[in-house]
Design a protein around this ligand. Structure first.
Ligand code: SAM
Length: 257
């Protein structure tokens, strides 16, 4: 299944709020103090390179890639309004409305493909990996981040109004042998939508992710499970503690040899 209409509509309707959120680093700490520093630390040398960001949103990552020396910068996104926002803010880059499963670019047209927190809107990543492999030049990288399979495997439990917990566990009654399982790591599934963030993302185990990537021809160069920057502790001690124990996002760097 491709990105569903509910998610596309959500970004089209909430593009202003979403953009304001990502452009305020004190608000979007899971980006600014967690995912982005880790992604940026894994960038190859981009001097004079042609790069593309898949699911580029309002274009901030494209601007960062340009600041690292990339020469030709393209961003694509399935949401028309996110692309409008990106074009308005960064008219110097190329932005197009496009589904990352069908990239309308020539074979071997990019030196680097980047994608931050967007691929997990799609169920099967085979098409994306094949497309990215096709548009990449040899000896080039595809760097992407997504929900960490461990965080996504947890069951969301609302015990009462106050407590929101996420669990992956099993317990066994010593007398009856009855087993109680919470969460599910091994099964591919959509995650429950949150009231204020009505999007559909997909969970799958790391073995399936790795299989889909290598089937397309990629070699896995690196897998990174980020840690929050120390600054997060001053802004949100709770999130800092959680992210030091439970991974929220994962990053893969794939090589087309
Ligand atoms: C969480 S936002 C991330 C935006 C940006 N990469 C960032 O880090 O700020 C996910 C973005 O992926 C886009 N997206 C979802 N499915 C997509 C698809 N199949 N092809 C292209 N973009 C997609 C959404 O419209 C949204 O802008």
């Amino acid at each position: 299944m491709s990105t569903d209409k509910i998610s596309i509509d959500w970004y089209n309707q909430n593009y202003k709020q979403y953009t304001a959120h990502v452009r305020n680093p004190d608000d979007s700490i899971y980006h600014s103090l967690y995912e982005k520093p880790a992604m940026y630390s894994l960038l190859p040398n981009l001097k004079n390179m042609s790069v593309i960001s898949l699911g580029c949103g309002s274009g901030e990552d494209c601007n960062y890639l340009a600041q690292q020396g990339a020469k030709q910068i393209t961003g694509i996104d399935i949401s028309t309004n996110m692309i409008k926002m990106a074009k308005k803010t960064y008219p110097m880059y190329q932005f197009q409305v496009m589904n990352m499963e069908n990239l309308v670019f020539e074979n071997q047209s990019f030196d680097f493909v980047y994608s931050s927190l967007a691929i997990h809107y799609i169920e099967d990543w085979t098409k994306v990996f094949k497309e990215v492999y096709r548009i990449l030049k040899p000896n080039s990288y595809f760097l992407f981040s997504c929900n960490h399979p461990v965080s996504a495997a947890m069951e969301v439990i609302h015990d009462n109004e106050q407590i929101h917990s996420r669990e992956i566990s099993y317990s066994k009654n010593k007398h009856t042998n009855e087993v109680l399982i919470k969460g599910d790591y091994m099964t591919r599934k959509t995650l429950p939508r949150e009231a204020n963030f009505a999007i559909t993302t997909w969970h799958k185990p790391i073995g399936e992710i790795s299989q889909e990537a290598t089937n397309a021809g990629f070699v896995i160069a690196n897998i990174v499970e980020p840690k929050p920057l120390p600054k997060m502790e001053q802004i949100s001690e709770q999130n800092f503690t959680i992210l030091n124990k439970i991974p929220w996002f994962i990053i893969l760097k794939l090589l087309k040899q």
